[in-house]
Design a protein around this ligand. Structure first.
Ligand code: 3PG
Length: 305
């Protein structure tokens, strides 16, 4: 029997789990859930006889891939697939997919929530400012950023975008596309980061870029910590006490923020962007359907390796 393993350290909402079960049962697949696991050894054991794997931010490295004797497909229920060793998967002929767009509204709502929290001085009791009339700069213009732009419009914000691959999309929506990242940061009251942890984007938020920020700017990061040059960010925040940094991903040097940048930052205790029932249902069902379509019909749409 075909076994689908759903390995999620951060489990899907119950409603999503019911839908995932429904889709996979219809295809007559066996389902195993490995939720909230704490040891890699648990995953090593379960992956051994799995034909298909659904994960979220769970790290799938070469050791796990080597252990899998029957694995044909890994679906990352979400957008970013930097947690999967694509080369190791490709070497074994395993197809890797993501589920683009499925959790993007949830992440976008959180990004705007963080912007609001920042501009209101972290609800500290001190007077803040309003989003209306401000400019939000979108660093990257994928599915999440497009939702941020839509919501920002409702707040009466102007949107500017820096993108290399989605220029036509942004222009078709009447948005201003800047020629450079420097220009984007210089124009924005709020910068919201929406680039993947890959290639040129790694550490792309550097001192050179940050120094262009306007007074009292807010930086929102719901993407990945890897896209930030952390040392540069800390140095910049020390130099510019008017700027705040709010992120859905805690930095490596969190204790430096705690000790030296009090009241200037906020980090969610756990990555919360996609942690809604709706996002879990969308991404979980898409992942299940993609597995069914691949295993039964050979459909490789959304393959990333
Ligand atoms: C994504 O890449 O889809 C988001 O970062 C959400 O990740 P999560 O599934 O771990 O919440």
């Amino acid at each position: 029997m075909t076994k689908v393993l759903i390995a999620t350290q951060k489990p899907f909402a119950e409603k999503a789990i019911n839908k995932i079960i429904m889709v996979l049962k219809q295809a007559d697949f066996e389902i195993e859930f490995l939720e909230r696991y704490t040891e890699k050894s648990e995953l090593l054991k379960s992956i051994k006889d799995a034909d298909a794997l659904i994960i979220r931010s769970d790290k799938i490295d070469k050791t796990l891939i080597d252990e899998a004797e029957k694995l044909k497909i890994i679906v990352r229920a979400g957008a970013g697939y930097d947690n999967v060793d694509l080369d190791a998967a490709s070497e074994k002929g395993i197809v890797v997919m993501n589920t683009p767009g499925q959790n993007s509204n949830a992440v976008a709502e959180l990004a705007i929530g963080l912007a609001l929290y920042g501009i209101r001085n972290l609800f500290s009791g001190n007077s803040g400012a309003e989003l209306r009339g401000k400019t939000i700069g979108l660093h990257g213009y994928g599915y999440v950023a497009r939702n941020v732009s839509r919501i920002a419009r409702g707040f009466g914000m102007e949107t500017v975008v820096y993108t290399r691959f989605s220029k036509a999309q942004a222009v078709s929506e009447g948005l201003t596309v800047t020629d450079s990242l420097e220009e984007l940061y210089a124009m924005s009251d709020v910068v919201s980061i929406h680039v993947p942890a890959r290639g040129e984007h790694i550490k792309s938020v550097s001192y050179d870029i940050l120094q262009h920020l306007k007074p009292y700017s807010i930086i929102v990061n719901t993407a990945r910590k890897e896209v930030i040059n952390e040392d540069d960010l800390i140095n910049f925040l020390r130099f510019r006490p008017d700027v705040k940094y709010l992120s859905d991903i805690a930095p490596d040097s969190i204790e430096v923020f705690e000790k030296t940048l009090k009241g200037r930052y906020f980090f969610t205790p756990k990555k919360m962007g996609a942690q809604t029932a709706e996002a879990n249902i969308n991404a979980g069902m898409a992942a299940s359907e993609q597995i069914v379509n691949f295993l039964l019909k050979g459909d490789k749409t959304f393959q990333v390796n």
